[in-house]
Design a protein around this ligand. Structure first.
Ligand code: PGA
Length: 250
């Protein structure tokens, strides 16, 4: 197992500044664990609280970004603001945002805005459910194509793909995907990426998995599946789970 990226997607779980600070302190301690790189993705207010002045090995991601390029956009948070706060990554197209009506075209615009400001997009894709004829594969292909087709060849190389099957999100380790199915999905995603990336770059593109990753299944999912890391939701804000989960990869 080479180095793994763990992105802690706090979603809207964290409500108090003290809790946010505690989770960062824990992450800083865990950043000493070998072969693991940690990224915290707090909601906007807590990103603003924690990211400025951060000099630790822990990096920050935003959970979303505005497609706006002008200041007259009430309620939006622009990519430049995120970068200036100290974010390095931004999650785009999370299924919980797509469920609010976010289209493939909007996700693509967000990815472009992020890249234009030097942020690395973590593009979430994933099927709602599986059908026996594997038609869900074409949904994944469409989600990838809508973003990669509008990016320049150079921009494409920076995108991190997070495969998050919607049916596996927010449940328990036992409801997650199994390692061999995950391996097949990673191969499929790299195959689609090969149409957009030159030479052998698709083999090196970063592909993460998310959906009920917990301490009990992370190691099994990492071994042999070809993933480069994980997007972790509920377990990332559970103090009893996050430490063991990170250490399980060491
Ligand atoms: P979960 O969420 O780990 O709670 O399933 C993952 C995600 O939605 O990113």
């Amino acid at each position: 197992m080479s180095g793994m990226l763990i992105v802690a997607n706090w979603k809207a779980y964290v409500e108090r500044p003290e809790e946010a600070k505690k989770l960062l302190a824990t992450a800083k301690r865990l950043s000493a664990v070998r072969r693991v790189r940690l990224v915290l993705a707090p909601s906007f207010p807590f990103l603003g609280l924690l990211a400025p002045g951060n000099r630790s090995k822990v990096a920050f991601a935003a959970q979303d970004v505005s497609p706006a390029t002008v200041g007259s956009a009430t309620g939006e948070v622009e990519a430049a603001a995120l970068r200036n706060l100290g974010a390095k990554y931004v999650i785009v197209g999370h299924s919980e945002r797509r469920a609010q009506g976010e289209s493939d075209a909007l996700v693509a615009e967000k990815a472009r805005r992020a890249l234009a400001e030097g942020l690395i997009p973590i593009l979430c894709i994933g099927e709602k459910e599986r059908d026996p004829d594997a038609r869900y594969l074409s949904d994944l292909k469409r989600q990838l194509a809508s973003v990669f087709s509008v990016l320049s060849p150079r921009e494409r190389l920076s995108v991190i793909v997070a495969y998050e099957p919607v049916w596996a999100i927010g449940r328990h380790a036992s409801d997650s995907i199994d390692a061999s199915d995950l391996g097949e999905m990673v191969l499929y995603i790299r195959k689609v990426l090969a149409s957009y990336l030159p030479g052998k770059s698709a083999q090196k593109a970063m592909v993460l998995y998310g959906g009920s990753v917990e301490p009990s299944n992370i190691r099994g999912l990492a071994g042999g599946s070809g993933v480069d890391g994980f997007l972790v939701g509920h377990a990332s804000v559970d103090p009893g789970m996050f430490g063991p989960l990170v250490k399980a990869l060491a």
